[in-house]
Design a protein around this ligand. Structure first.
Ligand SMILES: [Zn+2]
Length: 570
């Protein structure tokens, strides 16, 4: 990694140790004193620069420590450094940052800031409005319970093929062509999950109590209303989400069921069962896009360069400054992510490439996030250099779709078509699941005091409404508790619809690119360059997209996806 500060520090000493709260204390004292003395808009704008500089430096310190740890999890010193930030620095910072925000919101000059700051101001006002000292302990209790969820889930293993297996490894068997083997694996995993059903129900009941208390203490009628405020969902309401579910039911569910029927026919089974859903319906071996990660890096570079020279240049920044760690190796954390170094104002991409198609998807996705960070790096306000998640995922999911016609960099014509088809089918499958998970939580948090049986009944009715055609006979209890697998429901309530909203943006972008690619890319980059400086509907509009999740947008998108699937099948 070769980085330097995007702009020289004006307020923070160059030599400060940002993990030492004794050195941070005078910095926050100075910020507080300067804020108290503010007399004009110019003073306040200067203060926002100073505060942004401190926030960026702290966030970069935290990002670098996290990156270092995930690149080498078996290095104790790295883990200790990261835990120090989580356990010491962050809890020390939180009340001090909140105190600054409260003083800021009360300052008469705050109300006089020009319109450019509107999005920032409403965020500050909301943070101040919902904060309650008494909720801090409840949030800690919630965090501990969600850790337990991770522990219970992470501890699940089964005996299969004569040895102990994780559920992640068992998941891969679902892609194998041998049907009796898939069935045996599925049943083994399902039985194992059912052993913890009561434990997870108990845990969830405790979470519900705490979450309802948090909402009440903050003065909200229920936890849904509280969450919409705390996630700063200013531009859509719970009712908009309910309408989104309806549109998914009418326009996506039939398409998803048709695809399952086609799968059933190709597999030659009757009926389709839960262990028939992940295998390739044509029983082909998995795709093999590359052997070495250097090849992944180079071929993605070709794709981006072909799409638009500006994207090629952005990607060159990543390569030149060595802002990627791609290879899977012992000691590396699993998965992939894109992180930002806010002081250098550059992105960093982490993944575990092993030569499967998923690696190509991850790279295209994370590169979309990286382009977002680079496109927004010139914005003057630190808070504006990142966007709300509903739009961030348009940058990444949109890039997956924009790059899809160039997959021949990795594949033969047939395999490239297969990859594109799988991608579109995956998008279709995702929407009904998203609607199920989201609708379930709308019901849960607006029906306090419900029983476990009522909760299971609600879930089952949603499975009927949005689910597939596969036959679950013999497994009613498993079907009623599938939601136990969805960690968001336990850990990040209501956080899931964002992906649905973003995917609609990404599909619109894909549609626009099929009509006029250069214009779509201009719009894409124009939207990205705004960072988080505008409300969501304006970010979407700048990218040439409608911020709308009703039939009006979804119906034509789905009909286009359907046409594309037919084209790709021939
Ligand atoms: Zn993403």
């Amino acid at each position: 990694m070769q980085t330097s500060h995007f702009a020289a520090r004006q307020f923070l000493p160059e030599t400060i140790d940002l993990t030492d709260t004794a050195q941070l204390a005078p910095v926050f004292d100075r910020l507080a004193a300067k804020l108290d003395a503010i007399a004009s808009v110019a003073d306040l704008e200067g203060w926002l620069c100073d505060h942004g500089e401190v926030c960026a430096a702290l966030a970069e310190s935290s990002s670098l420590t996290y990156i270092a740890m995930t690149c080498q999890t078996d290095d104790e010193a790295r883990e200790k450094a990261y835990m120090h930030i989580v356990e010491v620095v962050d809890p020390w910072l939180k009340p001090r940052q909140f105190a600054l925000m409260r003083t800021l919101a009360q300052s008469p000059v705050f109300k006089q800031l020009p319109p450019f700051y509107a999005v920032y101001c409403r965020s500050v006002e909301t943070q101040v409005k919902i904060y309650r000292e008494e909720n801090v302990a409840r949030e800690t209790a919630v965090a501990k319970l969600t850790q337990q969820y991770q522990k219970i889930s992470g501890a699940m293993t089964v005996q299969f093929d004569g040895q102990e297996q994780t559920l992640a490894r068992m998941g891969r068997i679902q892609e194998e062509p041998d049907r009796p083997r898939r069935e045996a694996a599925w049943k083994t995993v399902t039985e194992r999950r059912l052993q913890d059903t009561d434990k997870l129900e108990e845990l969830f009941d405790q979470l519900l109590v705490l979450r309802n208390e948090i909402a009440q203490a903050a003065g909200f009628p229920d936890f849904r209303a509280y969450t919409f405020a705390s996630y700063e969902r200013f531009d859509y309401t719970p009712e908009d989400c309910l309408r989104f579910h309806d549109a998914v039911e009418h326009h996506v569910v039939p398409l998803a069921r048709d695809l399952q029927e086609e799968r059933r026919r190709k597999l030659g089974v009757e009926p389709l069962r839960p262990w028939d859903l992940a295998v390739d319906p044509d029983q082909r071996p998995p795709l093999h896009p590359f052997a070495e990660s250097a090849e992944l890096l180079e071929k993605c570079h070709q794709i981006f360069g072909k799409l638009d020279p500006r994207l090629g240049d952005y990607y060159q920044v990543l390569r030149k400054q060595e802002l990627v760690d791609l290879d899977n190796r012992k000691g590396k954390a699993p998965g992939g992510y894109q992180s930002t170094l806010p002081e250098a104002r550059v992105p960093f991409i982490f993944m575990n490439a092993v030569g499967v198609h998923r690696d190509v998807e991850t790279m295209l996705h994370e590169a979309g996030h990286a382009f977002h960070a680079l496109a927004a790096r010139e914005l003057p306000l630190h808070a504006y250099r990142s966007a709300p998640i509903e739009f961030c995922e348009v940058a990444s999911m949109g890039m997956e779709l924009l790059a899809a016609p160039h997959l021949r960099a990795f594949y033969s014509d047939d395999d490239a078509k297969r990859a594109q088809r799988d991608h579109l089918e995956g998008i279709i499958k995702f929407f009904p699941w998203m609607a199920t998970v989201d609708a379930f939580q709308h019901w849960i948090y607006t029906h306090p005091g419900h029983t476990r049986d009522e909760r299971a009944a609600c879930w089952l009715s949603l499975m009927d409404r949005f689910g597939g055609i596969e036959d679950w006979s013999g497994f009613p209890k498993a079907r009623a508790h599938i939601w136990h697998r969805q960690l968001h429901i336990f850990e990040i309530p209501f956080y899931y619809v964002e992906y649905g909203i973003a995917q609609l943006g990404a599909l619109q972008l894909w549609q626009a690119a099929r009509r006029d690619l250069p214009a779509a890319l201009d719009h894409y980059l124009a939207g990205l360059s705004l960072g988080g400086s505008r409300p969501l509907p304006e970010l979407f509009a700048a990218a040439g997209l409608a911020f709308d999740f009703t039939d009006k947008t979804i119906a034509p998108l789905m009909s286009n996806v359907k046409d594309a699937l037919v084209e790709l099948a021939t």
